[in-house]
Design a protein around this ligand. Structure first.
Ligand SMILES: C[S@@+](CC[C@H](N)C(=O)[O-])C[C@H]1O[C@@H](n2cnc3c(N)ncnc32)[C@H](O)[C@@H]1O
Length: 444
């Protein structure tokens, strides 16, 4: 390692020794936060890439740059039966992470004070690597990605993220400014934090940099907030082309954005069925990278470019569900997303059926749909889905149940044909699948 990079690593280590991150209280359990559980469910990217449903038991998960372990805990809770390994440069953070997992009774976890660059020393290969809020600190993101790729199983998946240059531009300006003032020459501590806040507070309200001051600058997590924003050592901003360039240089393949529903260009237009002709003609020819880049240029609202990737050419070729014929549907097993398979959701569904009210599925798992979208499931289809709370079901079993519930057409009272019933179910199931509420496993 060059002298410059070891100096940079030392700066980062010192910052997190002074203020381990995050300062989330030890007794906080992310289990009740459905969105967090969804983000950390390793089955999601596997399904998005391969359309296969995997079991989390015995999977080996690395939390690279785990800090004080709040994501290790989320990973353990979202993936029952998996083994969690946390590594970090900062000894203090690792001590805290260990205590956190012990406090929550997670036994299948181990921790090491180790740099991501030195991962091969562990001699372990991983099914899933979570590298959250760390990659943007690397002098070259391709090096960070290569280091993780070196310990990733052939089918494995990496989740990582970069700070958005476009969304966080004011923080990068603040860091430049405070850097020029010498506040980031050594390790910024209480005095430097005080000075930075004093300076921003002294600005008139209409001065752009004043917008960086948030209520958090006054609260009990003030130090953490200042160090992670205004005085963040080695913090850097990136755009979508930078991310894809890093993936190409590390020879990794993009799988999906983690919050892919919030990167849909179509959601940016008043009427997505009636786009300006120039766009309507051009967009279908755009690559995923180009579409995501257009999104950030139109609307740079995401602080993180949060993505999944894996080794190249691992995705199993799959026919799009929209192209399935009746035989494909008949060969399909339907699974409920594991996060929905709870007694609470089942009771909610039963209540809706008893009250003859549509079932509002988004109430239980909002993370998988575009923001603000509500999704109701109509009575007969909701009722046909009920057995999924006991076990995964052949599509044909759900179809039989649906035909019993809805044997005739509501308008003509003519019997419904099997083909019509399949069409009605497939319309709803396809939408539910696109949000991962249902996972469809077809013997293609
Ligand atoms: C912003 S914190 C994120 C902590 C945790 N991943 C989270 O999201 O809650 C960054 C962490 O990465 C660690 N870190 C930074 N560079 C690292 C490296 N090259 N190897 C291992 N850990 C590193 C830091 O010590 C720090 O604890």
């Amino acid at each position: 390692m060059s002298k410059a990079s070891s100096e940079q690593l030392e700066k980062i280590r010192q910052q997190f020794e002074f203020e381990p991150y995050p300062q989330t209280p030890i007794d906080y359990s992310p289990k009740e936060n459905a969105n967090l559980m969804f983000i950390h469910n390793l089955g999601n990217p596997y399904y998005l890439r391969d359309r296969t449903v995997i079991d989390s038991r015995n999977r080996v998960i690395l939390d690279a740059g785990c800090g004080t372990g709040s994501k290790c805990l989320a990973l353990a809770q979202a993936n029952p039966g998996a083994k969690i390994i946390g590594i970090d440069l900062s000894e203090k953070s690792i001590e805290f992470a260990k205590k956190r997992l012990e406090y929550h009774g997670i036994e299948n976890a181990e921790f090491h004070v180790l740099g991501i660059e030195d991962l091969p020393q562990l001699g372990i290969e991983f099914d899933y690597i979570n590298c959250d809020e760390v990659l943007y600190l690397f002098p070259d993101i391709a090096n960070g990605l290569r280091a993780m790729k070196a310990v990733l199983k052939p089918q494995g998946i990496i989740r990582s993220n970069l700070h958005s240059e476009l969304q966080r531009y004011l923080y990068f300006r603040a860091q430049k400014l405070f850097g020029l003032m010498g506040l980031m020459d050594g390790n910024p501590e209480d005095l430097e934090i005080e000075i930075a806040i004093d300076i921003l507070k002294a600005l008139k309200p209409n001065v752009q940099l004043k917008q960086t001051l948030r209520p958090s600058a006054e609260g009990e997590n003030r130090n953490e907030w200042v160090l992670m924003n205004l005085l963040f050592q080695e913090d850097k901003g990136y755009t979508i082309p930078d991310l894809f360039d890093g993936l190409r240089r590390a020879d990794l393949e993009f799988v999906s954005m983690v919050n892919w529903q919030q990167w849909d260009l179509m959601t940016l237009f008043e009427d997505s069925d009636n786009l300006p002709p120039f766009l309507a003609m051009g967009l279908p020819g755009c690559s995923t990278e180009q579409q995501l880049h257009l999104y950030e240029l139109f609307n740079a609202r995401h602080r993180l470019l949060d993505f999944w990737c894996g080794h190249p050419n691992q995705a199993k070729p799959r026919q799009s569900i929209g192209e399935w014929d009746i035989a494909d549907w008949k060969n399909t097993t339907v699974h409920l997303h594991p996060q929905l398979k709870t007694s609470e959701v089942r009771e909610g569904l039963t209540r809706s059926l008893e009250q003859q009210a549509p079932f509002l599925i988004t109430r239980y798992l909002g993370a998988s749909v575009p923001e603000g979208e509500s999704l109701f499931i109509d009575g007969a289809i909701a009722s046909a889905m009920l057995p999924l709370w006991d076990s995964s079901q052949p599509f044909t079993a759900l179809l039989d149940r649906y035909l019993k519930l809805k044997p005739v057409d509501a308008v003509t009272l003519d019997p419904i044909s099997v083909t019509t019933a399949i069409e009605q179910l497939q319309l709803v199931f396809q939408q539910l699948e696109s949000y991962l509420y249902l996972l469809l496993d077809s013997q293609e």
